[in-house]
Design a protein around this ligand. Structure first.
Ligand SMILES: *Cc1c(COP(=O)(O)O)cnc(C)c1O
Length: 384
């Protein structure tokens, strides 16, 4: 049996005709930039998040860059974030001229550690950028009260968390700004790049809209340097078809995650993701990430004696037709691009250890019970 980490095959056969019709409609309308599909999507997405304003843009990365710029963050400013994330989280901070300050995460839910945030705040700190990693929402009530007490902005990285909620409110509705990605493998994926920024603040929304189109409040009047970052009408049309299905897809991801949690429990050396921290939340389960302990003893390949137990398990699963992914093998603070920031091995021990132990198991709404059972049985066989 083959089990991919992610697949659109079944989704495309179920909503393919609707997608075809939506694309043809845009193609034949001749309206490719802006227009009804984009406006309609921004409005429905805003409603789904429970905020008055959403600005579409070209990617999740651009969403972060534009949000940071609109909040006035730049040269000389520090933004606190976690190093256990996709590189774009930090790259966006650096690309507006500010400095990413990395803090460690909590071992069992992979999310930014609030106690570490407190310690990292300096006079230059302007904002906190929490990541709802793998779809698990950060405790936004606690984070907002921490940020308010210190007068800091909050930019939520919701790229992996479309459909996630903290205490009855969607992510992206808590901070000053929420940044979403519609990269095809995210919970709400386009057929290419796409992103969106959510906010309750009308002035901020206006500023972000201008920044996304060359800093242009009126036609050919440019008040500042901006970007060419728009959500395409073709992508918006696809998202308009998919958005109404998002909550049922998130429910399916939840059932798959609950089955993994049940069927994989009790294996020595395998730590499962924490499904419910305190508080009432909806986990988007963009990824199901387990930790394979470095102290586990698995048979090594004689020709590759230095593999970690995680790497060995990954390889053995691959041999059985099961593809898994490592999110993320190198923490951002140790990336070659950030040599200049002066971090070294040991700076963020939990993050660094996670990068050597994590493994993402196949999860997507259409993963069959049959496929999931095969993944579970294969892991059980290999670990005992
Ligand atoms: C995917 C992702 C991004 C970037 O989104 P793009 O649309 O690919 O630019 C940012 N942050 C996180 C956590 C992501 O997973």
């Amino acid at each position: 049996m083959k089990v991919p980490p992610f697949s659109l095959e079944k989704q495309l056969s179920s909503i393919g005709p609707e997608l075809d019709a939506a694309l043809l409609r845009v193609l034949r309308s001749g309206q490719y930039i802006g227009g009804a599909e984009v406006n309609g999507f921004e409005k429905s997405f805003a409603e789904s998040i429970g905020v008055p304003h959403v600005v579409g843009c070209n990617s999740g990365t651009d969403a972060l860059v534009i949000a940071l710029r609109a909040l006035g963050i730049g040269q000389g400013d520090e933004v606190i974030t976690s190093s256990f994330s996709f590189f774009a989280t930090a790259e966006a901070i650096s690309s507006v001229g500010a400095k990413p300050v990395f803090v460690d995460v909590v071992q069992n839910n992979y999310l930014i550690d609030f106690a570490e945030i407190e310690k990292a705040i300096t006079r230059s700190t302007k904002a906190i950028l929490p990541v709802h990693l793998f779809g698990c929402p950060v405790n936004m009530e606690q984070l907002m009260s921490l940020a308010r007490a210190r007068g800091l902005h909050v930019i939520e990285d919701c790229a992996q968390a479309s459909g996630s909620e903290w205490n009855g409110r969607p992510v992206g509705s808590w901070g000053d700004v929420g940044c979403f990605s519609f990269f095809p493998t995210k919970n709400l994926g386009a057929a290419g790049d796409g992103g969106a920024i959510s906010t309750k603040d009308p002035d901020l929304s206006q500023r972000m809209r201008e920044l996304a189109v060359h800093g242009m409040p009126r036609r050919y009047v440019h008040t500042e340097l901006g970007y060419n970052s728009r959500l395409d009408a073709l992508q918006a049309a696809i998202l308009n078809v998919k958005l109404p299905k998002l909550s049922s897809w998130v429910e399916k991801r939840n059932s798959i995650a609950m089955r993994y949690l049940e069927l994989l429990q009790g294996l020595t050396g395998l730590e499962l993701p924490c499904s419910s921290v305190e508080g009432n939340l909806v986990h988007g389960w963009n990824q199901f990430v387990v930790q394979v302990s470095n102290s586990l003893r698995l048979n090594q390949d004689p020709d590759e004696p230095h593999q970690t137990p995680r790497d060995i398990l990954k390889k053995r699963l691959e041999e059985k037709g099961i593809d898994t992914i490592i999110y993320y093998p190198i923490p951002i603070h140790l990336q070659p691009a950030y040599k200049n920031l002066g971090y070294s091995l040991g700076s963020l021990p939990i993050t660094e250890n996670l990068c050597s132990e994590v493994l993402s198991l196949p999860i997507f709404p259409e993963l069959s019970i049959h496929q999931q059972n095969y993944v579970v049985e294969s892991i059980r066989d290999l670990l005992c």
